[in-house]
Design a binder for this molecule. Structure first.
Ligand SMILES: Nc1ncnc2c1ncn2[C@@H]1O[C@H](COP(=O)(O)OP(=O)(O)OP(=O)(O)O)[C@@H](O)[C@H]1O
Ligand SMILES: [Mg+2]
Length: 226
């Protein structure tokens, strides 16, 4: 599903040259739940951004379904982002003036679905994340964990091949974090491929596999016992 070959990302700021990703090679098979962990500044977000085609590496390849998405046109990358990938960040980035349903419908309309189909997909996604009875609530009427699940519904509405999540529980208390992580586990059980960055070792371990980063390199890459 995802193959990374000799992926390197170097940031140049003034005199400084920061090797955020240092020649990484690995792959993520379809249906895998991969967590990426490591200290602050180790390159986790940078890795997620390159895998998610949200940024371009300095060198190396990022293959999605066998196609290197780095040399293709920006337009092709945008189409892949819209159609095949989904993203969840730590600040849920949902729109406060729109209901849970509207927040989930908007990106589907942007992807070109007609309204009835967009609504149908959005409702399905909200039901999948356990918010079937909160669709018409505004974000202010939802808990942090429920808001983050709206963000997950929005990311999965178009049935992406892969979802990328960067510290999705960073702003949540432990109980709501558990709910959000359980939502990811349930989605993965239904076959969803997930790459999730997390600081929390206990959450990292719930996934099939954990990559630990240090200074832009893979420190360890282990399959977790179930
Ligand atoms: N746009 C940028 N310009 C310059 N340096 C950057 C940029 N983005 C990241 N870096 C640097 O690259 C390194 C890796 O950053 P990254 O954000 O990937 O770390 P992280 O593992 O996600 O950390 P955290 O756990 O704090 O989120 C850091 O040294 C960071 O300062
Ligand atoms: Mg980060």
């Amino acid at each position: 599903m995802i193959e990374v070959k000799k992926l390197t990302k170097i940031f140049i700021s003034g005199e400084q040259r920061i090797v955020a990703l240092d020649n990484l090679t690995f792959s993520v098979p379809e249906g895998q739940f991969l967590t990426v962990t490591g200290k602050s500044g180790s390159g986790k977000s940078t890795l997620l951004y390159q895998l998610g085609l949200l940024d371009l590496p300095t060198s190396g390849e990022v293959l999605i379904d066998g196609v290197d998405m780095i040399p293709v046109s920006e337009n092709e990358r945008t189409m892949t982002r819209l159609n095949d990938l989904g993203y969840i960040f730590q600040d849920y980035a949902i729109i406060p003036s729109l209901t849970a349903l509207e927040n989930t419908v908007v990106p589907l309309l942007m992807q070109g679905y007609p309204l009835p189909e967009a609504e149908e997909k959005a409702k399905k996604a909200l039901i999948r994340v356990g918010l079937g009875d909160r669709m018409n609530n505004l974000p202010s009427q939802l808990s942090g964990g429920q808001q983050q699940r709206v963000a997950i519904a929005r990311a999965i509405g178009h049935s992406p091949k892969i979802i990328f999540a960067d510290e999705p529980t960073a702003n949540l208390d432990s109980e709501t974090s558990d709910q959000v992580i359980q939502t990811f586990i349930d989605l993965n059980k239904e076959g969803q491929t997930i790459v999730m960055v997390t600081h929390e070792p206990e959450y990292a371990k719930l996934a099939h596999r954990t990559i630990t980063m240090a200074d832009g390199k893979v420190l360890s890459d282990v399959m977790n016992k179930k």
